[in-house]
Design a binder for this molecule. Sequence first.
Ligand code: HAX
Length: 454
Amino acid sequence: MSNFEMKKPKYQTMSTLKNKLEEKILAHRPRTKRLAKEYGDVVIDQVHARQVVGGMRGIKCLISDISYLDPYEGIRYRGYTLPEVFELLPKPEGAEMPYVEGLYWLLLTGEIPTRDEVEELILDMNNRRIIPKYVWDVIDSFPSESHPMAILSAAVMSLERESLFNIKYRQGVPKTEYWRSTFEDATNLLAKIPLIGAYIYNKLYQPGKGHRFPDPSLDMGANFAYMMGKDKPYDDVSRMYFIIHADHEAGNVSAHTGHLIASSLSDVYYAVSGMINGLAGPLHGLANQEVLRWLLKLKEKYGNQVPPKDVLRQYVWDTLNAGQVIPGYGHAVLRRTDPRYTVQREFSLKHFPDDPLFQYVSALYEVVPEVLKEHGKAKNPWPNVDAQSGVVQWYYGVREYDFYTVLFAIGRSIGVLSNIIWDRALMYPIERPKSITTDMLEEMVGIKKVEEQV
Ligand code: HAX
C-alpha cells in the first residue's frame, strides 16, 4: 500500500498550493502594475524588418516568469536548470525521476515543494480524475486512421462544458478573482489529460486489450505507465518526459498559442486544445515522430549495425538535397545542444547503451552538426529535444510513433496551464499586436514604389 492510500483525502476548499499561489500573486501584482504605470515609456527592444517578415524571431514582446530559455544554457524552470530540477524535486520512493506534480508546484509558486506538499497535491489531483462519458464517446467516434493529436485536441475541447471559469465569469466575479476558477480548471484538466492520452493509445494501438482506469494510489507518471500497460521503468520515463517537455518560455508556437487564446478570456479547454493544434506541426512537436520515421528508414537500409560516418553523411545530405529539414536538429532560440536532449541521452546511456536505434542517434550526433554547418543555412546545427525522445519511447515498447507528440502535449500542458493561471492572476490584457501591409513595410525601410522608381 502506498503513502497516498493510507492518507485520507483532504477535501479542502483551499489547498496549500492555492493558498501559497495567492500569497505569490498578491506579492507580484504591484510589480506588473508599476512596470506599466511608471516605466511604460521605456524602450526595451527595437524591431527590425527581417523580424517582421521572419516570424517575429527574437522580438521581446511577451512576459512569463514560469521559464526562461537561454540560447546557450537551455531552459530554466523558475530559475532552475533541468539537472537542478531533477535533483531538487521530491521523488517517489525508489524512483529515479521526480514527481511531475512537484514540477507543477514549482512552476506555479517558484518554490521547490516538500514531500508532504507534493503528496497533498497528488491526492487533490487524484480526486479530479473523473472523466465524463461523453469524452470517451468523442474519442471512440474518431476513425482509427485519425491522427492521435487530432483526437486529443477534440477530446480536450469536448471537456469545455466543465469550465468553472465560465460559470464564475457569468456570475460576474471581479477580474482580480479570475485566477481562482482558472486554477481549478487548469488543475482539473492537468489531472485528466494523461487519462485521455492513454485512452487514445489503447483505442488506436491496443484495441481489444481494454483500457485501465487510473489507480488512485499512484502519481501522475506511474499512473500513466499503468494506464498504458507498461512496466517499470516506464513510470520514470513518463515522469522524465512530462517534466522536460513542460515549458520552453512563452514564445514557442504551443506556449504562445495557449497564452493568446486565453488572453481573450477563453477558458483553459479552448486554450489547451489550441496549444495541441500548434504542437501538431512537424516544425514543432511533431518533429519527434518525424525523427523516428527518418531514423527507421535509415535503419531499415543498414540493419542493427550502424554504417560508417560517410554513409550517414550521405543520408543526411540526401535529405537536405531533397529539400527537407533534418528532424530533431536546429532551433529558433537555442544555439547549443538542447539540455532536454542531454537528459534523455544520459538516461539512455544508463539504461540501454547498446540499443541499435540509440546507437544510430549517437552516431548521427557525430555527423549531422558538421553537415548542417557545411550546408550553411541552419543557425543552430545542434540537436533539440526531439532528436532523442522517440528512441526512449521506442525502447520501452511505445513503437507507434504517431503517438509521440501526444506525450509531448501532456507535458506541455503543465507549462501552458501554469502560464494561463498567472496571466489571469496578473490580469494581462487581451493580446493584440499590430500588423502592417507589405506596402507600408517597404515604405518604412525606404523602398520606393515601382512607379516612383521609373
Ligand atoms: N535541417 C535543414 N534545414 C534547417 C534545419 C534543419 N534541421 N534547421 C533550420 N534549417 C534551415 C531553415 O529551414 C531555414 O531555411 P530557409 O532559409 O530556406 O527558410 C534556415 O535553416 C534558417 O533557419 P533557422 O533560423 O536556423 O531556424 P528557424 O528559427 O527558422 O526554425 C526550426 C527553427 C526548429 C523550425 C528549424 O531548425 C527546423 O525546421 N528544424 C527541424 C524540425 C525540428 O526539429 N523541429 C523541432 C524543434 C524543437 C521543437 O520545437 N520541438 O517541439
